[in-house]
Ligand binder design. Structure first.
Ligand code: FAD
Length: 448
């Protein structure tokens, strides 16, 4: 399957080369294997968790830290990886993540922000979301009478309930890769780095890699970049231009700033809140609040999410913390700069703070009406959530770096599947959508 002699082979004998081995990659590879197509997976990190991976997994940043942790509701990370925002090694960031599955909302896929907009609707991603749900055991919950009753009451207070599946323990991907390798169609090259790219016209026809076993040349049929929201940008540029592009800036970096924004004293609906804790404990069903979709669209507010978290241990008391997960809109001044190691220059801008305040004003009034008095914090501290997105936006508009199929602009056989292609990010945890994009891309490549 791996070509050393650089001779041009018929397309059917050439593998698809997939860079990265996280959720996006696994969905692409799973689909291609089902279509009987050979795949080479090129992984920058090692096959085992080691300290070298911890160093590789750090991200250089300016202004706001790009670091994980905080209100993560129990992420379990291996030693040496505390606060690391991604995982470079076989299995990708699935080795660290907290397992909260939530797809983007319909409104996120519909909304335009400046010249950015998803080029398809949530309906068109539905089949891929369902395939991912099936692959990773995301349940479709049966209706719960207490919750449905409450939903009606919550909606009467102009709030929307959001449901998230909190998988415990979160799926990791090592076993899945071993299984894919056993198919005989998948070859994994670990600890490999791209050192050369040759083009024929607008196609990549040869890749040169450095590996612990020596240099390797591969003649790909097509190339998929699935290296996460930060590294996918550098690799796509390298594949597109044949150069590393040191110093180039890619704007529109987004994360989900989060923090404790206030306290609620529940004077009403305490049985409802206790029920939410039961749903979480027994069905891993996490419930949060958002504003109605039509209001967000009409007033141009971010699609932010608010969680209620018991101040006491089990939710039997009246004190609840309000924790926010914000949507950030894409801004040019938040960018990735390419270099020997890509650097993220990102801040929680005045526009984000203002938008959060508009949201909090509405949220606190409505939660007060529904449950009891809300006291907003005076000095709110926000931090990122390790959900990098947005520097290679997908779309039809002028901001487009990737087309609706996932093809990188200017290169006919290079594709990207990652949160880097999110034109608008909402505040949903990104992985379900990322994996669905991988699944959708596999269907496209399989058909081709
Ligand atoms: C602590 C933590 C908790 C999280 N919790 C959640 C959560 O609860 N819910 C949620 O939805 N999201 C969560 N996330 C985010 C989630 O982990 C990512 O959205 C998801 O793993 C992204 O998958 P991916 O396949 O796009 O990228 P990754 O899993 O990051 O995979 C990228 C792959 O590319 C490889 N790679 C990098 N550079 C190169 C290169 N140059 N050449 C070859 N290979 C390369 C990496 O080694 C890796 O295998 C969390 C993140 C962190 C850090």
């Amino acid at each position: 399957m791996i070509v050393h002699d650089g001779q041009r082979r018929p397309e059917a004998h050439r593998p698809t080369v997939v860079f990265g081995s996280g959720f996006a990659s696994r969905e692409v590879v799973r689909g291609l294997v089902a279509a009987g197509r050979p795949v080479v997976v090129v992984e920058r990190g090692g096959r085992e968790i080691g300290t070298a991976d911890a160093a590789l997994s750090q991200v250089a940043f300016r202004r706001e830290a790009v670091r994980s942790g905080g209100f993560d509701f129990g992420a379990q990370v291996p030693p040496d990886f505390d606060g690391v925002p991604r995982f470079v090694g076989l299995g990708g960031t699935a080795s660290l993540w907290s397992g909260k599955w939530r797809a983007l909302d319909e409104i996120d896929m519909r909304r335009r922000h400046d010249d950015r907009q998803w080029p398809f609707s949530l309906d068109e991603l539905e089949a891929s979301l369902a395939a991912v749900a099936c692959a990773y055991g995301i349940p479709s919950w049966s209706s719960d009478a207490t919750l449905e009753d409450w939903r009606t009451e919550v909606e009467a207070h102009d709030l929307r309930l959001i449901e998230i599946f909190e998988q415990r323990p979160p799926v990791r991907l090592i076993d899945q890769w071993n299984e894919l390798e056993r198919s005989g169609l998948v070859h994994i090259v670990a600890e490999a780095g791209l050192i050369g790219v040759a083009h024929t016209g607008s196609e990549v026809h040869r890749l040169d890699l450095e590996t612990p076993q020596g240099r390797l040349a591969i003649e790909p049929r097509d190339v998929v970049v699935a290296c996460g929201g930060i590294e996918s940008v550098a690799l796509s540029e390298h594949l597109r231009t044949g150069k590393r592009g040191d110093g180039a800036r890619f704007g529109g970096y987004m994360d989900h700033p989060k923090g404790i924004v206030g306290q609620l004293e529940a004077r009403r609906g305490r049985d409802r809140l206790a029920h939410l804790m039961t749903l979480r404990g027994q069905a891993s069903r996490l419930i949060a609040f958002a504003l109605p979709a039509d209001e967000i669209e009409r007033d141009g507010i971010g699609n932010h999410t608010a969680f209620l978290w018991p101040a006491g241990h089990d939710g039997s008391g009246s004190g609840w913390q309000i924790i926010i997960n914000l949507e950030q809109f894409p801004e040019r001044e938040n960018f990735i700069r390419l270099g020997a190691r890509s650097e993220v220059s990102w801040r929680i801008s005045r526009a984000t703070w203002q938008d959060m305040n508009r949201f909090l004003e509405r949220l606190s009034k409505r939660l007060s009406g529904l449950l009891g008095p809300v006291r907003l914090e005076s000095g709110i501290q926000l931090r990122g959530a390790s959900h990098p997105a947005g520097c290679l936006p997908m779309g039809d508009g002028s901001a487009r770096q990737v087309d609706a199929a996932g093809r990188v602009a200017g290169c006919d056989n290079v594709y990207c599947a990652s949160s880097a292609v999110f034109p608008v990010a909402g505040s949903a945890n990104p992985t379900w959508t990322v994996a669905a994009l991988g699944h959708r891309l596999a269907a496209h490549l399989g058909r081709a």
